[in-house]
Unconditional design. Structure first.
Length: 142
């Protein structure tokens, strides 16, 4: 595929680089709604919410990543995802996500104030987004 029909994508977090390569399309969970980014997209800078980032390569492969939030920068020929936390979707741990969801729900019920309510809500949102992605990928593979 011609270079003009691709966009460079870099997905990085504090743990390191998860993806760097050409893509024909990128989908990301922006704070104000989901985005689809094609080559030559208008420049954009936005915050990301917890959810799935999908990168479609020129070969037609789709790579799925979970991000816990962060920032997204779009240039006409480059997309950069700076994630708070990021993991390849295939490496998500369903049991750990269920446990985190349960801990967050219990923390929200705890009215003694041992944990910040905003922190518990953020953890609950991350766990729910991970579980949603795991379920969606399970349906794709079936």
């Amino acid at each position: 595929m011609a270079e003009a029909h691709t966009i460079q994508v870099d997905i990085v977090s504090a743990e390191g680089e998860l993806f760097s390569g050409a893509a024909t399309m990128v989908f990301a969970p922006a704070s104000q709604g989901d985005l689809g980014i094609a080559p030559r997209h208008a420049p954009l800078l936005t915050l990301l919410k917890a959810g799935e980032v999908t990168v479609q390569t020129p070969e037609g492969e789709r790579h799925h990543f979970f991000v816990g939030g962060g920032a997204l920068e779009v240039q006409p020929n480059k997309v950069t995802v700076l994630a708070d936390t990021a993991i390849r979707a295939k490496d998500l741990d369903e049991a750990a996500a269920l446990e985190a969801k349960q801990r967050a729900e219990e923390a929200l019920k705890d009215k003694s104030g041992h944990i910040d309510q905003a922190q518990a809500l953020a953890e609950l949102a991350r766990a729910a987004a991970q579980l949603k992605l795991i379920e969606r990928l399970r349906k794709i593979r079936s």
